[in-house]
Design a protein around this ligand. Structure first.
Ligand code: GLU
Length: 499
């Protein structure tokens, strides 16, 4: 048997460290067995998927050195590798399930479903589709479809009995079918849901080992049933422990930068980031913490994956990066890395137009432009004291700006400018008052090159991280405060939804 693994990110945001973590373990598993590692793009959520996000994910995985054998950009014998290009395939398989009586058309309205769920909750039951449409006579279904009535396709799930999820790491996990919903497989727009697409694709792409996050354990019974309905062999399942914030909650961008590009922008070495991700879920037989990808592949043993909750600790990553920098790179190599990172002509050409009007001598350039290559500027609460805005107001501006910037796809000077003009207007504040805290958060200095140009140059990951850093310096945003801010933000007219 050829071992085939896959990582299947959805291109709906920044390239997440969690995706790289899964990709690393998939790659090690495949390489160690002389098999293949596949990259599949799960973009069936058309409204949220973007080509830019897909490209970012590809670039970020490549930056880390996680090269795939088959994928949307390089093809392969099992393509296409983008789910949006496989819609006809899914429809054929849904038809098969309906014909065999394993799936059915469901015409229930949102109102009926809401009422049903509310009733189930009241009775202390698990909210679960009650099978209403699975009992409709065939002629009625035909007639309603012929009339063009809107419908989805759901899978049948037994009312009773237990599903045994066999996980290579965790052993047998028993889940009662009464806890498993009759999952929608095909949406009313004809697009598949994740659950259908993942099963069809993993089978057709001959995936032998599914390595994914533990948040999918509860979905496994649906997938196992689908494999049974189709009569397909079940791949091995490995549910990896999720990466955590230091407070043990699921790793989130509110508490930790989660975008791989942020770590690139901060000047971390890809080898160190990869080493750190490996270290979070796995250990070398000799206990050495510093290891490269080749060593991890050579010694990889799925049984050495640890099931403890791995905390993503930026300080520890920094420590490891320091070791890589000092122990593994000569002065020459370090210089080369720094040149390709930021200290190069291309970057200088971007900085010069911003500083030439503000300096008289070369020696004044570095102090003025240093924040463009810095990580987090040193800022203090005192720098955020302004006449027009109290601390509460400053926090609101920083948080709202952060949400707005998270939704900004065109990261250029003019759209950034427009964003702030519109935000100030909607908040009923002077643009000057909105920009004052942003200026401090981004540059950390009283004098700096123009704000929007600087932000365009710094890029989204670094700018957002600095705004978050400023919020932390101001005492952080508690969960309660975040809820209040979200509410106030939603009430602002025509802003993008808080994420
Ligand atoms: N698209 C899913 C995700 O991004 C993939 C889950 C899986 O590996 O099955 O989490």
């Amino acid at each position: 048997m050829t071992v085939r693994t896959r990582v299947a990110p959805s291109p709906t945001g920044d390239p997440h460290v969690g995706t790289a973590y899964m990709a690393l373990f998939c790659l090690c598993m495949a390489r160690q067995h002389g098999g293949q590692f596949i990259l599949r793009i799960e973009d069936t959520d058309a409204a949220r998927s973007t080509a830019a996000s897909e490209q970012n994910i590809l670039d970020a995985l490549r930056w880390l050195g996680l090269e795939w054998d088959e994928g949307p950009d390089k093809g392969g014998p099992f393509g296409p590798y983008r789910q949006s290009e496989r819609l006809d395939i899914y429809r054929t398989y849904v038809d098969q399930l309906i014909e065999a009586g394993h799936a059915f058309h469901c015409f229930c309205t949102t109102e009926r479903l809401d009422a049903m769920r509310a009733e189930q909750m009241r009775a202390g039951q698990t909210a679960r589709y009650d099978g209403h449409c699975s009992r409709l006579p065939a002629e009625e279904v035909e007639a309603r479809l012929a009339r063009g009535e809107s419908s989805v396709v759901r899978m049948k799930v037994p009312d009773s009995g237990t599903c045994t999820v066999k996980d290579l790491l965790r052993g047998d996990i028993e889940i009662d079918f009464s806890q498993v919903d009759m999952q929608v497989l095909l949406k009313s727009d004809g697009n598949p849901t994740y659950h259908l697409a993942v099963v069809v694709d993993d089978h057709l792409m001959e995936i032998t080992h599914i390595i994914r996050g533990e948040e999918w354990i509860n979905s496994a019974p649906k997938h196992i049933l689908l494999y049974q309905y189709f009569g397909w062999p079940m791949p091995a399942l490995i549910h990896m422990p999720l990466l955590r914030n230091p407070d043990k909650s699921k790793l989130s961008k509110r508490k930790n930068p989660t975008s791989i590009r942020f770590y690139e922008r901060m000047g971390f070495l890809p080898e160190a980031v990869l080493n750190y991700l490996g270290m979070l879920g796995w250990s070398m037989p000799d206990g050495e913490e510093k290891f490269d990808l080749a060593a991890m592949i050579a010694h990889f043993d799925i049984n050495r994956i640890s099931l403890g909750a791995p905390v993503f600790d930026v300080e520890k990553l920094k420590w490891l990066n320091g070791r890589w920098l000092r122990e593994s790179l000569s002065d020459d190599e370090l210089a080369e890395r720094m040149i390709s990172w930021a200290y190069n002509r291309d970057n200088l050409m971007k900085v010069i137009p911003l500083v030439r009007e503000r300096v008289d001598t070369f020696s004044e350039v570095a102090p003025l432009a240093a924040f463009l290559v810095e990580g987090m500027p040193t800022v203090t609460p005192a720098q955020f004291e302004f006449k027009g805005l109290d601390t509460e107001g400053v926090i609101q501006v920083l948080q709202f700006a952060l949400w707005e910037l998270e939704a900004l796809s065109d990261w250029e000077r003019e759209p950034i400018n427009q964003l702030f003009v519109s935000l100030a207007e909607r908040m009923g504040l002077k643009i000057r008052d909105v920009l004052a805290p942003i200026f401090v958060a981004i540059s950390g200095r009283p004098v700096s090159p123009p704000l929007f140009d600087s932000m365009a140059l710094l890029g989204p990951d670094m700018c957002r991280a600095r705004l978050r850093h400023a919020l932390t310096v101001l005492g952080g945003v508690s969960n309660k405060q975040a809820k209040r801010l979200e509410k106030a933000y939603r009430e602002l007219s025509s802003g993008p939804a808080a994420s």
